[in-house]
Ligand binder design. Structure first.
Ligand code: AMP
Length: 475
């Protein structure tokens, strides 16, 4: 079961036929930071689904030839996926499509269902056969089963989400409807926007608002936690308080690292939260320095905040190769360190002889920070004061963020001083856990990867290692 999944979802609804595949292509391209492993588009041509999905980036998978084969359609859904451990094969590419007794369904899901293995166990005992290891297939199965005894697809989805625990921001497409659903905790973002085409409103659903801009749509609003919004020829219909009201637990790591800084999640700019984190770091961990340098890209906004608060000038001390993706996963640590050097290079003229405050968004294993500090010292930096715009990672995430196993999290086995020594910094400061709520204002957050306090029950049977073991033990 794919516990480590970070994804982007996108959907289009129009009353008249439009180039829904192109719109989805542009949307997914703007959500590429949410998943680089595979992608897919399903176009709805009057109830006939035409799809293409494969491993690779949007520009690699959706070639000119592929795009030309898509028909015009009133609807489309798309997905980009970043499944990391296991399960990274074609079968797990999304959107998942199912043909059932009452029609067709395509599903694009971002998040992780924390009781998926328990649900799947029950379904399998009832005779269900699964083709993938993805929890999205479990959702698909639940919905199609409920659809048999429901009068509408909405009713089937409402019944299904009652059974789900964990994180889900989903875009469903039936022959006649586009349906966006967000779990009651609101772990992952989901919003919609609109633009006018030929006198009709076209609706666009997206994981992040940055992709709405990309297709020329105006942001309308976030899908609320625990809300289902149905787009159909009858207009836009909202169903609220799905699964009863729950505490809002929006993933703070979206604000710290994952989302694009130009996105606005639940009314709050991602750039602003990172900027605030930088200001907090400057107050909590001041440093005598000549220059504040952010690690591109996710350290830049916090570095600006630190520079503002401390009045130390902000400088461009590191350049990122634009053509490299996110390099979080590499098979061995020497591979990873090479990747860091492929990705980043120091600007010697800016840093030589200077004392530097270096800001990055997180330390996972410590490899990146160590490499960057080595590079900056070789380029002549006199001192390096490392500041991290997140608290130390201590716990796994069951809601869709890829956090390495505890054995690899440097903060699990080392003190801050110990980490500082390993990475070779002159000083080190992490964003205090207590300051996290300040990043998002009044909104409730999930910070379980830092605190270990999970907003939903965690079922031991849902652990990925157990699931993999069970699969390999099967004949
Ligand atoms: P490490 O070298 O293992 O300490 O990893 C730290 C780097 O990984 C930081 O520069 C982060 O920007 C990046 N990072 C942290 N968390 C994630 C994640 N969940 N997915 C991808 N990259 C990440």
């Amino acid at each position: 079961m794919s516990i480590h999944e970070e994804c982007g979802v996108f959907g289009v609804f129009s009353k008249k036929k439009i180039n829904a595949s192109d719109l989805t292509y542009y949307g997914l391209f703007s959500l590429q930071h949410r998943g680089q492993e595979s992608c897919g588009i399903v176009v709805n041509d009057d109830g006939l689904f035409v799809s293409h999905k494969d491993l690779g980036l949007v520009t690699e998978v959706m070639t000119k030839d592929v795009m030309q084969k898509f028909p015009l359609g009133k609807m489309a859904v798309g997905h980009c996926r970043y499944g990391t451990t296991g399960g990274n094969d074609r079968a797990n590419c999304q959107p998942i499509e199912v043909n059932h007794k009452k029609g067709r369904l395509a599903i694009a899901h971002n998040g992780n269902i924390s009781n998926a293995i328990l649900i799947r166990d029950k379904l399998e005992e009832d005779g269900a056969i699964f083709h993938t290891t993805s929890d999205t297939e479990t959702i698909a199965y639940l919905v199609t089963r409920h659809r048999l005894e429901s009068s509408s697809i909405e009713e089937a989805i409402l019944k299904s989400v009652e059974e789900l625990e964990g994180a889900f921001s989903i875009c469903f497409m039936s022959p006649t409807k586009l349906i966006a659903v967000r779990d009651p905790h609101g772990f992952r973002p989901l919003c919609y926007g609109t633009f006018e085409n030929d006198g009709e409103e076209v609706y666009v659903v997206s994981s992040e608002s940055c992709a709405l801009e990309a297709v020329g749509a105006k942001f309308v609003r976030d899908i609320k936690p625990g809300e289902m919004v149905v787009f159909s020829n009858d207009g836009v219909k909202s169903y609220e308080d799905l699964c009863g009201s729950k505490e809002i637990s929006s993933c703070i790591f979206e604000n710290i690292y994952f989302a694009r800084p130009d996105s606005v999640i639940d009314g709050l700019s991602v750039h602003e939260s990172r900027y605030k984190a930088g200001r907090i770091l400057a107050k909590e961990f001041p440093a005598q320095a000549d220059l504040v340098v952010g690690v591109p890209d996710s350290g830049l906004d916090a570095a600006l905040g630190y520079a503002h608060e401390s009045s130390i000038p902000y400088g461009i001390g590191l350049i990122k190769n634009k053509y490299i993706g996110r390099t979080f996963i590499a098979p061995a640590s020497d591979g990873r360190s090479r990747l860091v050097r492929m990705k980043l290079a120091p600007v010697e003229s800016a840093i030589k002889g200077k004392s530097i405050v270096l800001i990055d968004d997180s330390i996972v294993r410590g490899t990146t920070s160590k490499e960057i500090i080595d590079m900056l010292r070789q380029a002549g930096a006199s001192q390096i004061h490392m500041r991290i715009s997140a608290p130390p990672f201590l716990n796994p995430c069951y809601y869709g963020t890829d956090i390495d196993s505890r054995d690899n999290l440097i903060a699990v086995s080392h003190t801050v001083e110990g980490i500082c020594q390993i990475i070779g910094a002159d000083s080190l400061g992490f964003l205090p856990v207590e300051s996290l709520p300040q990043l998002t204002g009044a909104k409730g957050i999930c910070a379980a990867c830092f605190t270990g306090q999970y907003p939903t029950p965690i079922h031991d049977g849902n652990r990925k290692d157990r699931f993999d073991k069970r699969l390999s033990e099967k004949e």
